[in-house]
Each structure stands twice: as C-alpha cells, then as structure tokens.
Design a protein. Structure first.
Lengths: 662, 378
C-alpha cells in the first residue's frame, strides 16, 4: 500500500508542477497577485509530495521489498543498512528521483526564503522551476519509473554494483546533485528575468546566495567524487578526465564564472549579457552531464542507464530548455543595455578576464569530452583524447588566470591602478619567490615546472591573505584596532579571500602530489619489504576474510620509518558474491597532509602478490583546498548585508503562516 | 480502503495549496515589489558609506558610486508609477479554481490508474518470510532456512534438511556445501557423505574429484555394504583408468545385486566398456575383448596394426551409421592418434564438434578429449 502511495504522490507531484508552471506566470504577466501567490505554497507541496515518494522508495529498500522492480534490481537483503539506503540513488531510477527531489527542494526554498524578492520575479522563477521539474517528472514516469512492480516478487535481489557499496555513495551524489540541480534555480532566475524584462543590479543581488549555495555544493561534490575514485579504484589517481567527471567539472567552471560575473552585475549593472548567458549555460552543462550519463552514450561506473529511449527523451528536454532559453535571450537581448562603464584595468576588467579564461577552459573541456563521442558516432572510430589533451589546453589557460587571481580583489572598481595594486602584493610575491627557490634547493633542477607550480600556489594563497591585510590596514593602524576591523569585515570579503586561498591550497596539493610522488610496483612475498620515499613497507602475508555480502583477501602490511613502527595497513581484494564482481580496496595512511597508499594487484600461485605502493606528498591538500573554497562560499552567503533585505509586508507573513496549516 | 483515503487526503492537500492563496487580498502586492527593489539599492548606498569610512574608496569614487546607485533607486520609483494595477479578473480566478478542483485530481488519478498497480500490497521480505509455511513457495522456504542458518551456522540439522532441497533445485554446489557443514557439525554419516560426493560429482559434470572420492571412501569405511558409494568408487576407478581395479569393483558390486535396481544397467554398461564383453541386454561400446588383446600381444607388429585398423574402421562405420555417442567419438579420435594418423584424428574432432554443436555439455567432453590428445590447444 505504501509503495503505491509513493507512486501516487509522484504522479500528483507531476500534475501539480503543471499547475505551478502556468498559474503564477499567468498572474505575473497580468499583474494578478492572487495567481502569483499560488507559486510558493504549491512549490512547497510539490516538494512534500516528492519527499513522500522518496521516503517510500527508501522504505522499500530498507525492507527489501522485492515486489518493486527497482529494489529487486539494485538491492540485496544481506546488504548493510547504510548501503540499502544509499542504494536508493545508486541506480538510474532512484538517482533520478533524488535529482527531482533536489529540484523541487530548491523551488520550495526560493518560495520560503524568497520573501525579499518582488512577487512577480518569485512567481515567474518558481514557474520556470516548475517547467524543469515537470519535464523531469514526466521523464521519470514515462521511461524510468522507480515504482514499477512485480506481482510475484523474487526472493533475493541482484545487489548493488560493488564499487558503489561504499560510504562515498552516501555523500558524493547528494552533494553533487545539490550543486548540479542548484544551478537550475539560477537558470530559472535568468529565464524569469528575461521574461519579465528586469535584468538589473537588484536581480543579481537576489541570485547571489543561490549561486553561492549551488557552487559550494558542486565544489564539495566534485572533491568528494575525486577522493572516492582515488581510494576505491586502486590506481592512486584522483582525476581521470573521464567524460563523467568532466560533465561535473564543466558546470563548475561555468558556475565559477557566473559567480564572478554576477558580482559585477550587482555592483555596477555591467556584464549583463555575460551573467544571463552564463546562468543559462551553467545549467545547460548540468543537463548535458545528465544526458551523457544516462543516455548510454558513455559506459562507465556512472552510466547506469543504457536505454536509448531515455537518451532521446533527455536529448529532447535538453533541446527544449537550452533552445528555449537561448531564443528568449535572443528576443530580449536588445533590452540588456550595458550599465556602468569601466576601464580595462579595473575590478570589472579583471572579472571579464576571469570570465574569458574560465569559459575558454570550459570550452576546452567540452571539446575534449565531446570530440571522441562525436567521432565515434560519425566514423565509428574509437579514440581517447586523454590527459595530454587536457594538460595542453586546460593547463595553459589556468596558469595566467591563477597568476591574475590575487590582483582581482585588490583592484578598484571602474578604473584601477595596476601599479598600486602590485605594491600591495610585494610581500606575497616575495614569499612565492622564496618558496620557489626553496623547492629548487630541495629537489634540484630535474623538475623545473614543479617549483614554479609551488611558487604559483603560494602566490595565490599569500595574495588572498594580502587582500585581507590590505583591507584591514593591519600595519598602519596597529594590531588592536586591526583585529577589531578584521572582525568587522563583511562576510563577502572573507568569502573571497577564503575561496581564493582554497584554490591556492588545491593547486599546491596537485603540484606536489603529481611532481614528487613516488611509486613502487612490486611482486611481494610474505616478509618482503619495499621502500617508498623513506617508508619501509613490509608485507606480512594475507588472510581470507568474510564480509556481509563479500569475501576478501586481506593483505597485511607494516609501515616503518627508519625502523620505527608507523602504522599497519590492510589493503584487500574483494569479490562480491551476488554479482561475482571483484573490487580493490586500497589502504591509505595519512601522515600530516601526505599519504602512503597501498593497493593489491593479482595474486600469484606461489603466494606472492602484486603490490602498488605510493607516497603522495601533500595530496590531501587537493581536497582540503576544495573544502576551504566551499567554506569561502559559506562565508559569503552568511554576509550580514543579506539579512537587511526588504521589510516583510504583513500580508506575506500571513500567507507563509498558512502553508504548514494546509 | 485506507489507501484510497490517504490518496484523497494527498489530492485534497494539493488542491488546497492552489485554492487557499487565491483568497488573499491583493492590496500589498505592488507596494512590496517596489520595496524589494528599493531595499537592495538602499543597502548598496549603505555599503558605499561603509567602504568610504573604512578608507577602501576615496570620496570621489564614493560620490560617483552614490550617483549611480541613486539613479537605479529612482528608476524603481519610475517603474512603480508606470505599472498600473491590472483590473481584477473573475475569469482568471474561476479558471484556476476549476483547474485545482477538477483538472488536477482527474489528471493525477487518471495517470496513476494507467501507471500504478493499486491492488498490489507491499511485500517486505521479513513479512514474506514470517508468513505461514503453507502459503510459501519452495524458494521462500529455502530463503527462510538460509536466513536461519546465516544467524545460526552451527545448526547441523538445518544444513542436513536443506541439502537435498538444493540438490532437487539443481544447485549441487550449495548442496555439497550444506552436506559438508552438516558433517562438520554433527559428525560423519555414510548417507550424508555419499550424497555430498554425489553433489560434488554432479557439479563437476560427472567427473569424480579427489575430494568426492575420499567422501565415498569414508562412507564405505563406515558402512561397507552400502551400494551407492561403492558404485561411485567403481566409477572413479574407471575414470582414473585403473581398469583392472575397476573391473573388480564392478564385478563385486554386481554380484548378488537386485537386477531390477536402477543402477544395475549402468554398472553393467560400465563393466562392458572395460572388459569388452557385450552383455546381451545392453548396447555398449565394443572395445577389444580380453581374447583379442591377448591375441594382439602375440601378433607381429604388422598384424597388430592391421587388427587395430580393422577395429577403427568398424568404429567409424558404426558412428557413420547411427551418429555415435560422445564416448565413441572420443574413442575414434584416440584410436587414430594411436595409429599415428593425426590428420584423421583432427578431422574426426572437427566432425564431432559439428555433431555436438547444439549440446554444450557433450561438446565440452569432446573438447576435453581433444585437449588430452593434444589435438586442441585449450
């Protein structure tokens, strides 16, 4: 009964999104406040209905109700409870439901927290969000319904892909989806602005928190996915330029550009075309990612669905949303007259430069991702552009951008003084130079690029600190008043500096871990010792072990440094019994910011095992940097000025009180 | 019934979320919109003042920024004056009410009835497993026992109960495992040992492995008169090529056996295959008889060759006439190899492959024979 109730809730949610797609927009175009007022309560109800449906599906997973086809195909009664729950979105239909849940969640959020928005903008934005939700709900009901049933259910399920049976699945997709889908709300805002013809500074101000929210979650989602791949795939790599990774990275690049360009629009009413287009493109790239993953165009861990009808459906949605929004843009383009003027050397100019580099980088990744697919479709030739392509295109675009990052926040609006800005960055530059020379001294001249990379990372980090110091005038007014001013700095200033510092941290991690890592691939017998960067790893032998739904061969290693015990490590090879699928579980030991990484390869007949052992200096900084970036976004969101907002009229308060009563 | 009440409740909630806001008064709408815009620009003006007092911008820049923002603030008021409140439309409200009360429930219910299965109950596994045994299918009963054994793997009786069920369900691997658990926990019993050996043999497509053989041996040690394990031991000897021992075993086994027993014809056929004596009852492989072999021993090489060639021709003709069994094809291949006619042997292998192409189990045996003879690489 519950399962069917969940199914009905989903269908009802679809019918209700059709209502919210039309009624508030109709009201907004006719200035009818009663129709516009429908938007918020309906959006909240849609969220509630999808939540019911999601909870019901989760319940079916937990109770191993194999009369639900989706549960039978992706679960197993012996699976640990956590993986029963995460298994809900470890498959095509369930992840689609999570996608829609987050989509309507953002609609409800804008409804509830959008009290400071003008009614027509809020109503139209929610209507556009309604179109997107309706499109995806229709897609689910038509091609990927998670509530299909068996009359005579099987006894046992097919289990979940073992690679996905990991704590990573609990965290990575939800974070990533909040990011991906979060950009739908900026898309809706942009389309609403085009429909209503109001693209002004106030609009940019209202979009800001939503962009920041989506961006920070996307950052965390990508970082989490990268760390997951790093420890689960057993290759020691953390980024593979896999098309699916690129699909999440492209919206991130475009979203980063959007974030910056919206600042200019907010402060100066300039860069309107940039901002609106970037809002459209960012979500379009998210949709493209969804299409690539679910159409069967790609084969990878992420590609659960290989049904061509789904691909065609998503392609249709993609064309409708992207084509529709771009047509709307073409129609309204004359209205987007430029606001404030600015000189090339200015904060605005710096941000235009930032946009150019980021969009060029997005284009490079897009080409590298789509070209092999297009070539395969047209000529049937299978190629892989791989890492060299991205190093040659993406890398050179990032270096000048990173060099410019510290200048941006220090330049003045409208017309800046490059020389004055440079003077404020002397200290940062000196520190970067020092670190470069230090790295050269430490590692010699054999790797020329690596010390320069370290210098670049330090430059970005020190630049971010310089910005704060400059704003506070620490050295001019003394530490006591300095700290007081530090405390009084607006959240957005802290946000900028923190996020930029985070970039530097990530770059430092990338440079050191790839340039100075040491790798040992050996066939080891019990008792053998291998040395990686001064750590002696002794293979003590391996034992079989039984898990709830897998059997594994666990290797036992003792790590010593100069004879002193450091840690024990237990990498293993598992075979998941239901699918007879092997996986590699790497063992990772963290020392400071660096890691020792051991994974097992093939087992030889004579008891010897192939072992890959790495020492990866400062590698955790890659992900720590991402967390710092997301923290920066959180600081910006917490900016006190946000709360000033519009005074809430009495009528509105009454209405929001009536929502829970329904 | 509760189901339909809940569905009605959800539908009512959805309809209300549309209907209730329609009753709100519209007085504050325009005012609020303008306030929202103005608030942003007032906030910006405040930010400019703050930046100025912090010394981040100079007075000149602050003045310019203030002018710019003030202009935006003014345009908000202009826009507010432009937008005249639209006349209230009864039609709009009525049509939205109609959508909420009629179209929405009709669409949702219609679509659900087309897609859903309102009659199907939830079937969580735990509830299915605890249902009365009479209502449960064999699979479900097995799942129940499995669950019990997963919790209490030391219940030997449980393993003993489920083992023959596995065998009937065509899962000899699981059956063998279950028997071995039962034996481990409750101690060896000849019938369990024998059945375990049988399960292993079935799972290996008839080949008696060392493990299975020792199980049969143990069964015989416990109960020397048992027929079944001795039968399999004889079969094992045959498979190992210990012809004399095998003949002995078969003969002992057949002595005083009930001729009606199901295993007797098989045993006789096996025996015939080894000795060459064709029992009248049974069609069997016609290898060289004991006398023939002895005669061959006394013959000159040429004569021996000739005799083997004749036999091979006979075998080939028989296969030609009635299709031949796997064993006959294997024998022919082996015979050609003995005669040094590798090409013919290979040719025979190819033809056998075609004949058994549709029967994978037999094809596998042909391939095995070919690999043993060195006719095929893998």
């Amino acid at each position: 009964m519950l399962v069917e109730l969940g199914h009905y809730a989903l269908v009802l949610a679809f019918a209700l999104t059709l209502v919210v797609s039309v009624v508030p927009l109709w009201g907004a175009l006719n200035g009818d406040g009663r129709l516009m007022a429908v938007a918020t309560p309906v959006s909240v109800t849609v969220f509630f209905l999808v939540l019911v449906s999601f909870a019901v599906l989760t319940g079916a997973y937990v109770a191993s109700d194999f009369s639900v086809v989706n549960v039978y195909e992706n679960s197993h009664s012996a699976k640990p409870l956590l993986f029963k729950i995460t298994g809900v979105w470890g498959n095509h239909e369930g992840s689609m439901l999570l996608w829609v849940l987050i989509l309507v969640f953002f609609g409800a959020l804008v409804g509830v927290f959008g009290g400071n928005l003008p009614d027509d903008l809020r109503a139209t934005t929610l209507a556009v969000q309604g179109w997107i939700s309706a499109g995806f709900l229709l897609f689910m009901l038509a091609t990927s319904n998670p509530f299909n049933r068996y009359e005579n259910p099987p006894i046992e399920g097919n289990d979940l892909n073992p690679i996905l049976q990991d704590i990573g699945l609990a965290i990575h997709p939800p974070l990533l989806y909040v990011g991906y889908v979060g950009f739908s709300i900026t898309f809706s805002f942009a389309v609403a602005a085009l429909i209503l013809g109001r693209t002004d500074a106030a609009w940019a101000r209202w979009v800001r928190p939503w962009t920041l929210l989506a961006w920070s979650f996307l950052t965390l989602g990508i970082a989490m996915g990268s760390y997951w791949a790093y420890y689960e795939l057993g290759w020691g790599g953390w980024w593979f330029w896999d098309p699916v990774e690129n699909a999440s990275f492209m919206p991130w690049l475009a979203g980063t550009a959007l974030l910056h360009s919206a600042i200019v629009m907010e402060k100066r009413e300039a860069l309107k075309v940039w901002t609106v287009l970037l809002a459209i493109f960012t979500f379009s790239l998210s949709l493209l990612g969804a299409f690539l993953v679910r159409s069967g165009v790609l084969t990878s861990v992420h590609a659960f669905a290989t049904d061509p009808s789904r691909g065609v459906f998503i392609l249709g949605l993609l064309c409708l949303f992207i084509g529709g929004s771009l047509s709307l843009f073409a129609w309204r383009a004359p209205m987007l007259k430029q606001g404030g003027l600015f000189a090339p050397i200015s904060r605005e100019g710096g941000l235009v430069l930032n946009n150019l580099f980021l969009t060029a980088a997005t284009a490079a990744v897009l080409v590298g991702t789509l070209y092999p697919l297009v070539l395969d479709a047209i000529t049937g030739e299978m190629i892989s552009v791989g890492e060299p392509f991205f190093y040659l295109t993406f890398g050179p675009l990032m270096v000048p951008l990173l060099m410019a990052v510290p200048f941006g926040p220090i330049l003045a609006w409208k017309r800046g003084d490059l020389l004055a800005a440079s003077q404020r960055l002397y200290a940062a530059f000196g520190l970067a130079l020092l670190m470069t020379l230090f790295t050269f001294w430490l590692w010699g001249m054999e790797r020329v690029l690596a010390p320069l990379g370290v210098g670049l990372a330090v430059w970005v980090m020190a630049g971010a600190i310089s910005e704060i110091v400059t704003r506070v005038k620490f050295f001019e007014i003394g530490p006591k008043r300095g700290f007081a001013r530090l405390y009084g700095l607006p959240g957005s200033a802290w946000g900028t500096a923190t996020a930029h510092f985070g970039i530097g941290v990530t770059v430092l991690g990338i440079v050191t871990s790839s340039a100075f890592q040491e790798e040992q691939v050996r066939t080891m017998r019990p008792g053998d010792t291998v040395n990686v960067s001064g750590y002696e790893l002794t293979f003590d032998g391996s034992v079989p072990r039984r898990g709830p739904n897998f059997v594994e061969e666990v290797g036992h290693f003792t790590v010593r440094e100069g004879g002193a015990f450091v840690a024990e490590m237990e990498p293993s090879k598992r075979v998941y019994t239901a699918r007879q699928m092997p996986t590699t579980e790497a063992a990772i030991h963290t020392i400071g910011f660096s890691q020792v990484y051991v994974s097992l390869g093939e087992r030889r007949n004579d008891g010897a095992v192939d072992v890959r052992a790495y020492y990866k200096p400062l590698i955790t900084l890659i992900w720590i940097g991402c967390v710092i970036m997301a923290l920066g976004a959180a600081f910006s969101m917490a900016d006190r000025r946000l709360r000033v907002g519009a005074p809430k009229p009495a009528a509105k308060r009454k209405q929001s009180a009536s929502v829970p009563a329904e | 019934m509760i189901f339909w009440i809940l569905i009605s409740a959800l539908t009512a909630l959805a309809a209300l979320s549309v209907l209730v806001p329609l009753t709100r008064s519209r007085a504050s709408v325009e005012e609020a919109a303008a306030q929202a815009d103005a608030a942003v620009y007032k906030e910006q003006l405040a930010a400019i003042d703050r930046d100025l007092s912090d010394g981040l911008i100079d007075a000149e820049a602050a003045e310019a920024a203030r002018t710019e923002t003030a202009r935006r603030l003014l345009s908000v008021h202009d826009r507010k004056d432009e937008t005249r409140p639209a006349p209230l439309s009864k039609l709009r409200i009525r049509s939205v009410q109609l959508i909420a009360l009629v179209a929405l429930p009709a669409a949702a219910l219609g679509l659900y009835l087309a897609l859903g299965s309102p009659d199907l109950q939830d079937q969580p596994l735990a509830a299915r497993l605890s249902a009365p045994a009479g209502e449960q299918s064999v699979e479900l009963l097995v799942a129940r026992v499995e669950r019990h054994l997963a919790e209490d793997p030391e219940d030997g009786q449980g393993w003993a109960v489920i083992a023959p069920v596995y065998m009937r369900m065509g899962e000899p691997d699981s059956a063998a495992r279950a028997y071995s658990n039962a034996i481990r926990i409750l101690g060896p019993r000849p019938d369990w040992l024998t059945d375990m050996g049988e399960a292993m043999t079935v799972s290996n497509e008839g080949v008696i492995t060392e493990l299975a053989r020792s199980a049969f041996q143990q069964a015989v040690d416990l109960e020397p008169t048992a027929v079944k394990p001795r039968f399999f031991l004889a079969l094992a000897l045959t498979q190992e090529g210990k012809t004399d021992d095998a003949i002995n075993s078969w003969q002992t086994l057949l002595e005083g056996a009930d001729p009606q027993a199901a295993w007797v014809p098989v045993a006789r056929r096996e025996l015939a295959g080894l000795t060459g004596e064709t029992p009248e009852l049974l069609p069997a492989l016609r290898g060289p008889s004991q006398a023939d072999v002895e005669a061959a021993g006394e013959m000159s090489d040429d004569d021996r060759q000739k005799m083997i060639t004749t036999m091979v021709q006979g075998l080939a003709a028989r296969i030609e006439a009635n299709g031949g069994t796997v064993a006959e094809w294997g024998q022919l291949m082996r015979a050609y190899m003995v005669l040094g006619k590798r090409n013919e042997a290979f040719e025979t292998y190819r033809r056998a492959e075609k004949v058994f192409a549709e029967r994978p189990a037999e094809l596998a045996k042909i391939k095995d024979a070919a690999v043993t003879l060195g006719l095929s690489g893998s």
